[in-house]
Design a protein around this ligand. Structure first.
Ligand SMILES: *Cc1c(COP(=O)(O)O)cnc(C)c1O
Length: 426
């Protein structure tokens, strides 16, 4: 599918049925797989042959859908996880261990911030958070001897900062480590971070990829470009024998294209088991089939709502990279050619109280801990997704108490604006 456009890949990549086989990706609802000889199965356990033996590690339905996402991102290998959280944890933990260090943008999803700052810290992995707007010198100064990865979000949830992917990739590569980019908000329809130098791309497929609020899931895609062997001393998990797999060295046996995902499946899926259910993978694929049709509509609605809000006296500030006055507009024009996403953040006059009153009056936009599905929804992050952050951390992430995040769905934009307008009125 390499020469096809992303729309064609959304519809058809990842699964090519043979003669008389199901046109739609079959849901392989089976925990296990049958073999004729112990020898056949033994080859799978030795990673000598490709195949399936237990759905805690791999399932054919998932692999078709992961292959589609890898094709969309322009990567060489991909895998699905049970959630976006699992995807980011696996992407980092596949190359970081006790004693290692991560450089991360401070402007990231609250769940990922917590994962890195609190839970991974308990595993002995430390982090230095940097502003996404830091200078090249400030970014450089965040690295340590034991830094193993750089992490950021293309468009941060919910701050809507745009990552200067080339700047972060250059710093990561100068220090011999990969850049991991969470590309959940733009999706590969609007940005493909690998084209700008990212090495690993992650997703919460729960958002636009599924797009219907139906299935929690995540994905990891490897660009196949990071040369683990060139920095062998930093990544012993990939470049030295894995005793739990009969002494296989992933980077040697599976090459640039497959080493990262194979290790992640063979070790982390085996041990943590955060696999996406094949049912959810099937639902995710239904969403992917129309991703390229839906994203422009989400962007159109986001842009219209952002423009409307920016003209209202009750609104202090609107963040949407598609607005010419937005501080990230220049980066958005570079990295987000098709527009960013349908999520708009704004700060209402009167802080938390006014935010609650406004949200209570909305008729179309429901109050939900969700973004990026077909139905418009809204949330006050300071009292929900980001409530574990203290005032200082909230400020650093660009999230004031009166901030409302509205995720514009696929309704008619005139109706969305009328709803916002009545809720802002008396
Ligand atoms: C939602 C989200 C996540 C977490 O994904 P889940 O599927 O909810 O686990 C990670 N990153 C970003 C940018 C998100 O929006």
């Amino acid at each position: 599918m390499i020469n096809y456009g992303n729309g064609t890949k959304c519809v058809q990549a990842g699964y090519r049925p043979g003669n008389g086989e199901p046109r739609q990706i079959p849901i392989i609802q089976s925990t296990t797989f049958k073999y004729d000889t112990s020898e056949d199965m033994g080859k799978l356990f030795d990673l000598e042959a490709e195949g399936y033996f237990y759905t805690r590690l791999q399932n054919p339905t998932n692999d078709h859908v992961a292959a589609k996402i890898a094709a969309l991102e322009g990567g060489t290998a991909g895998m699905l996880t049970s959630s976006g959280q699992a995807a980011n944890f696996f992407a980092l933990f596949n190359i970081c261990e006790n004693g290692d260090h991560i450089v991360a943008s401070a402007s990231i999803y609250g769940g990922t911030f917590n994962l890195i700052a609190v839970t991974m810290k308990k595993m002995g992995i430390s982090v230095t958070f940097v502003s996404p707007d830091c200078t090249a010198e400030e970014l450089d100064a965040a690295f340590q001897e034991n830094t193993k990865a750089v992490f950021g979000e293309t468009i941060a949830n919910p701050a809507l900062t745009v990552l200067d992917i080339e700047k972060f990739a250059a710093a990561a590569h100068a220090h011999g480590v990969p850049l991991i980019v969470d590309n959940t908000f733009p999706t590969p329809v609007n940005c493909r971070p690998i084209e700008w130098g990212a090495d690993i791309v992650t997703h919460s497929t729960t958002k636009y990829m599924d797009g219907h609020g139906a299935a929690v899931g995540g994905a990891i895609v490897d660009s196949g470009r990071f040369d683990w062997m060139a920095h062998a001393e930093k990544f012993p998990g990939l470049t030295t024998p894995d005793e739990s797999y009969h002494g296989i060295t992933y980077a040697e046996k599976f090459g640039l294209e497959k080493a990262f995902i194979t290790k992640c499946t063979a070790q982390l899926m085996r041990d943590f088991g955060c696999i996406q259910s094949p049912q959810n993978a099937f639902l995710l694929n239904l969403g992917l089939e129309s991703l390229h049709v839906r994203m422009p509509k989400h962007v159109e609605n986001g842009q219209a709502v952002a423009e409307f809000l920016s003209k209202q006296p009750q609104v202090k500030k609107v963040s949407y990279p598609g607005l010419p006055a937005d501080p990230y507009h220049v980066l958005a024009e570079k990295y987000l050619k098709g527009g960013g996403c349908g999520v708009v953040s704004f700060e209402i006059e009167g802080g938390r109280k006014a935010a609650e009153a406004f949200m209570g009056k909305l008729k179309l936009a429901a109050i939900e801990t969700h973004v990026a599905d077909a139905r418009t929804c809204c949330l006050n992050p300071a009292t929900s997704t980001h409530r574990q952050m203290n005032e200082e951390q909230l400020r650093a992430a660009g999230i004031p108490a009166g901030l409302i995040r509205i995720s514009c769905g696929l309704e008619d934009k005139e109706d969305l604006i009328a709803d916002l307008s009545q809720a802002l009125g008396e």
